[in-house]
Design a protein around this ligand. Structure first.
Ligand SMILES: [Zn+2]
Length: 238
């Protein structure tokens, strides 16, 4: 093998590796050109209807998080969505759950979660050419819920199925790990609150693989979602 071929091989190997790293959950159809009225991310969109002690247990740094809800995006990124390249959401009628599909992730550090969010946003914007991070909300292993793409904007999380579809992602790779108890509880409570707020029935709460062929949200999180939507599950009773 000459030097050029080896370089090509190394390059293509690197590219393939990078693709694997990023492919876990990614698909989108975006229609450019629709302008929407700029609005700041609205962390007030969701407040816990029944604040439960211990909601954010597992973190030593929750003092900086709003006690009543979602951690605003301004805490993890200074970037704003490319509004000229997004569509307005115009109402929410379904919810789809994802994992990020990268490496396993178990850190309960708020800084680690913020850093991972920024790297996901960068890959969505720089590698995929999207307007912003694809998901609207993100749950971390400590059970925090983070604001992603503002919910007045259509997301980029299920190919050809982003209309009126709220994207909720759990950080980590659930083919390689099991979700933490804190993240499962946060996901249940948060999705249940969204179902009540937007009047989304349990039959319209999906996982990514239930809409499109993909491994997302991974086997263990898929099982969690099947259980919580089954009779007696948290989402079935939401
Ligand atoms: Zn997904």
């Amino acid at each position: 093998m000459d030097q050029y071929s080896r370089r090509q091989l190394l390059h293509s190997g690197f590219a393939a590796g990078a693709f694997v790293l990023l492919q876990g959950c990614a698909s989108s159809a975006r229609r450019p050109g629709v302008r929407v009225t700029p609005q700041a991310g609205d962390p007030s969109v969701w407040k816990f209807e029944s604040q439960k002690p211990g909601w954010m247990t597992g973190s030593s740094s929750t003092a900086t998080a709003p006690a009543t809800g979602v951690i605003p995006r301004t805490t993890w990124t200074r970037a704003t969505p490319k509004l000229w390249d997004t569509n307005p959401m115009n109402g929410i009628s379904r919810i789809t759950v994802h994992h990020d599909g990268m490496t396993a992730f178990t850190s309960t550090s708020q800084a680690d979660a913020a850093s991972r969010l920024e790297s996901i946003r960068n890959s969505h914007v720089d590698s995929r050419g999207w307007a912003d991070i694809g998901y609207h909300y993100i749950v971390d292993p400590a059970g925090r819920v983070w604001e992603g793409r503002p919910i007045n904007l259509q997301g980029a999380h299920v190919a050809d199925n982003n209309e009126h579809n709220l994207g909720v992602m759990v950080m980590g790779n659930y083919d390689q790990q099991s979700p933490t108890g804190a993240s499962v509880k946060a996901l249940d409570d948060f999705v249940a609150a969204m179902m009540r707020k937007y009047k989304v029935p349990v039959g319209r709460v999906y996982t990514h693989q239930e809409i499109r062929p993909t491994a997302c949200p991974g086997r263990s999180l898929q099982r969690v979602m099947e259980s919580t939507r089954a009779r007696g599950g948290v989402l079935a009773r939401a």
